[in-house]
Design a protein around this ligand. Structure first.
Ligand code: HEM
Length: 544
């Protein structure tokens, strides 16, 4: 650049005009940042504090009352005391199953104090628990589209994202495509897969008994049936979902098991917005597993779709049936590959732990009620013999086993509660709810309600199901049995679960006798399914 002495150079001339901008730039950036921070803080305050308070005020104005368990508001001692009392309860008197105060102490307390529709605060957000069966039925039927499932966080999306998370048209489309895969005719064809998994378990237990006998000459041995049932139902769903690709299915199952363990580790931090995005070791591992599972499923789906296009018959497994149904619906808008992956992941989550919880409590209750164990075993031996094949006809003859399973589902409902959020302002049971209220339907409490089930509601009495579910709660009232939910979103896999449970129980009953081990301690704990907190130790004996 040429500069003439005494005159400012071009560079000098430019300098004064650009310098105010240069000086202002950091100020502008700081101002923008301050606005963004203030906006985020206002949004966070609105969602985390102001909005819940407004909802609480609106509910109280409607006459609803409740109990708050807000540690910061000095309510912690009450919550602590209830939780302590629930855990320190003495052993149950034989025949009685007072599960609710132990498994849901806070809601039990709120309902005892404030009635069947009451509010509970676990933090600033009010939850309304509704336990009048007629109102629960109205919420689940969702006739006017007033209710949605509560929002699903990023963690849940990582674990599974299928029909249970969708709403509106997307939910209806997925449900239409999935439903045929669970049709009874299709389930009948999956029975050999169920039988193979049960036979593996029985021979494993026989091996344990042989080893125990070799050790000290005494034949019985102790088994914790909780992990055993998890293994069984994981195996069943791997075979039923992926047929010949069963080994890949098992790999998915193992990966998902690890994912659930990791999810439990971070469960108490997940309400922090964006927490799952942080590059912590657990988060990175979670994402790696999600990508690995997706990779395996994508490969399987591509192979099966290719075979379908070539006109090859699908196999009788859930994935094959799902793809077949998807192809039939493709003209009216089928599911994308990502959707199919989401549904496959959901089958594990929805189907595995629920059924293992049911089978575990069934074995424990049959230990506590040996007369029913004998009656159920006699029935199995009469219906199918000690070594006969357990086919669909044989399983449908098992009346006592079915009654036992329903009674266990009532007393120890695997899903103790389900949730809904009001989507629009609406009225329910004479109370006007604004949009955005979280409703908790405590299925377990309803199943133990003496006003509904009679004074023996806490007793194990399978004979109440002798005339079917519809008449079990007595009188002409519609059934107050919600173990599989209700309305259009009722469990799509309930026939699958019941067939699997009948098969598993029948195979165990005809090979083994069982009683509670002295090391067992009774502690139903919702985490979030109702599992035995300290395991389910039983003493097994091989039947002659
Ligand atoms: C004892 C076993 C089971 C119990 C107690 C159970 C319970 C339930 C309940 C209560 C719901 C309704 C949730 C709500 O309304 O928010 C549900 C939904 C669902 N269940 Fe099950 N379930 C069991 C087994 C299974 C199995 C074996 C499968 C599949 C393999 C399955 C798949 C599903 C699916 C996909 C949904 C969502 C349905 C929808 O939103 O449209 N479940 N289950």
């Amino acid at each position: 650049m040429v500069s003439v002495p005494g005159r400012p150079s071009l560079g000098d001339a430019e300098a004064p005009s650009s310098s105010p901008w240069k000086a202002a730039a950091p100020l502008c950036a700081a101002a923008v940042l301050a606005v963004v921070v203030a906006w985020c803080a206002a949004r966070a305050a609105e969602w985390a504090w102001l909005r819940p308070r407004r909802l609480g005020r609106a509910l109280r104005a409607q006459g609803l009352r409740g109990t708050a368990y807000r540690p910061l508001a000095g309510d912690a001692p009450l919550a602590d005391r209830l939780a302590r009392e629930a855990r320190a309860r003495p052993p149950l008197p034989p025949g009685f199953h007072t599960v609710v105060p132990r498994a849901m102490p806070l809601f039990h307390h709120a309902m005892a104090e404030h009635g069947k529709t009451s509010i509970t605060w676990l933090g600033p957000t009010p939850r309304v628990s509704v336990s009048e069966p007629e109102l629960v039925r109205q919420v689940l039927s969702n006739k006017f589209g007033h209710f949605h499932k509560p929002g699903f966080g990023q963690l849940q999306r990582l674990l599974h994202y299928g029909v249970s998370s969708h709403e509106g048209d997307k939910w209806a489309r997925h449900r239409r495509i999935i439903k045929p895969a669970f049709h009874l005719d299709k389930l009948k064809r999956m029975l050999p897969a169920f039988a193979a998994s049960c036979a593996d378990m029985v021979s494993r237990w026989e091996g344990l008994l042989v080893a125990a006998a070799a050790d000290d000459g005494a034949a019985p041995c102790e088994v914790d049936v909780w992990p055993e049932m998890q293994r069984l139902t994981g195996d069943v769903i791997s075979r039923a979902a992926f047929g010949s690709s069963y080994l890949q299915g098992r790999r998915i199952f193992e990966l998902q098991e690890e994912q659930v363990r990791l999810a439990m580790l971070i469960a108490n931090k997940i309400h922090i917005p964006g927490y799952i995005m942080l590059p912590t070791r657990t988060n990175r591992r979670m994402k790696w597993i999600a990508a690995e599972i997706e990779g395996i499923l994508r490969g399987m789906i591509a192979k099966r779709e290719g075979a379908l296009r070539e006109g090859e018959a699908t196999s009788d497994d859930l994935l094959g049936l799902l793809l077949e149904s998807n192809m039939e619906h493709s003209s009216g808008g089928g599911m994308s590959t990502d959707d199919v992956i989401g549904e496959c992941k959901l089958f594990y989550f929805a189907g595995m732990e629920t059924t293992s919880v049911l089978l575990t409590w069934t074995i424990l209750l049959l230990c506590m009620h040996p007369d029913w164990q004998d009656r159920a075993r006699d029935e199995v031996l009469r219906a199918v013999g000690a070594a006969g094949t357990l086919d669909y006809d044989g399983l449908s003859r098992l009346r006592i086993v079915t009654m036992v399973l329903y009674e266990v589902l009532r007393l120890y409902s695997p899903l103790p509660s389900v949730h809904r959020r009001t989507y629009k302002p609406m009225e329910l049971g004479g109370v006007r709810y604004p949009a955005g209220v979280l409703l908790m339907l405590p299925l377990l409490c309803i199943h133990h309600d003496k006003g509904v089930w009679g004074p023996d509601a806490d007793e194990f009495r399978p004979e109440r199901f002798a005339d079917g579910v519809a008449r079990a709660s007595g009188g002409d009232a519609p059934p107050a049995f919600f173990a599989f939910g209700g309305g259009p979103r009722t469990c799509v896999g309930q026939s699958f679960a019941l067939l699997e449970a009948k098969m598993g129980l029948a195979m165990i009953l005809r090979s083994f006798a069982f009683e509670l081990s002295p090391s067992y301690s009774h502690a139903p704990f919702p985490a979030p399914l109702l599992r035995p907190e300290h395991g389910a130790q039983v003493i097994l004996r091989k039947l002659p």
